[in-house]
Design a protein around this ligand. Sequence first.
Ligand code: FCB
Length: 480
Amino acid sequence: MTRSFPASFLWGSATAAYQIEGAAAEGGRTPSIWDTYSHTPGKTLNGDTGDVAADHYHRWPEDIAIMQQLGLQAYRFSISWSRVQPGGRGPLNAEGVAFYRGLVEALVAAGIRPVVTLYHWDLPQELEDEGGWANRETAYAFAEYARLMARELGDAITVWTTLNEPWCSAYLGYASGVHAPGRTEPAAALAAVHHLNLAHGLAATAIREELGEDAQLSITLNLHVIRPDDPSSEADQDAVRRIDGLANRVFLDPLLGAGYPQDVLDDVAHVSDFSFVQDGDTALIAQRLDVLGVNYYSTTRVRAFDGEGEPEQADGHGNSSATPWVGTEGKVEFVQQPGPYTAMGWNIDPQGMHDLLMRLHREHPGVPMMITENGAAFHDVVSADGAVRDRDRTQYLHDHIDAVGRAREDGADVRGYFVWSLLDNFEWGYGYDRRFGVVRVDYDTQQRVVKDSGWWYAQLIATGSLPAHDAIAPGPVHPR
Ligand code: FCB
């Protein structure tokens, strides 16, 4: 049976500022924590940085033209905070604002809806110097920046996403240190969790104050699908509960009005007493969510640590020697997942997409969802004719979009899908070595070539129903 989607379903692609823009020191932009981190020797693969990236800052008209050619209906991008408000406080930088103004106007003119993310991990360095997300003041600075952006771009933006994947910002940034700012302070990571939640609530409030109740507010979470190694083991089920608390419920519960889960507070009591939560914070965080952004790539498998030897940490999600799972040391093991795997080492499990959407549907009915990221890195090969026949990526997209369609048919209110990513880009700690784009970027020439997966996606958008994974119609600039 062919899976089909209603005409109202929004098809888009996603990117993030630091991963594609380049022009790191142009137009008045000042460094973010990712500039500092990527320029620190040993932090990224091959010492790669986002200095040039996909040069989108200069090539955005071409990138919009490609989106148009693919028939994309929406584009999720992020604003570089330090480009529009250098240092993260004080007056706006007119040149930086003009860049995004030009971008959103051109998108709207091209019939592509701008879905903006205000924070995709690139905190202005000055704010990190004052404590970063471990400092409550950062949440207030973020809300002020959100308010200013609402004033500047409010007429053109379809959806305002406050934060992208606060799990990564908090735990990878402040506990395992495999992301900027590279700190390994478990208590600070928990403070960061709370200040990110608070930043979301304050920013949502500020945007609604500026734009009224009709402004569409969202947050994007990388919710984890956690499988017990032995489903019949109570101890393994408890390991799932712990990780679910830290990965999912510590965000979902306060955002959706239930406050912090007591079991999580108990689990991490030896690390933090959560005294950073002030009176009134719970209400501030729980602002109405018009749409929940869901990023999904793969699943996680855990079991209770039996106390023998070193706990296994084998899941390709940065759970190596330094674990981001605050307070679970000596209690939980991460177990190698069954394959197949992408070039990230992440297991491919489309059923996980269905499981996640159905869980959210069950536990939080009435909250519409959009898949704000899904996609796969593979080591692409450019054929002699210049084409990229990325069957593996197309298969991945096919199977995951099929799972989204199945979840919709089973009742989940999913309203859109954004492929990660439009372009090959700077994949954080993995630099330029991992390619997620449906459009190839040749980093020597900055030439863009639509991959077969991109043409396949264009076919899906044009027809509203899922083409076979190997059905690639020739595209207008790539006739074959
Ligand atoms: C997500 C990030 C995104 C990209 C993908 C592969 O965690 O939000 O920027 O790196 O993973």
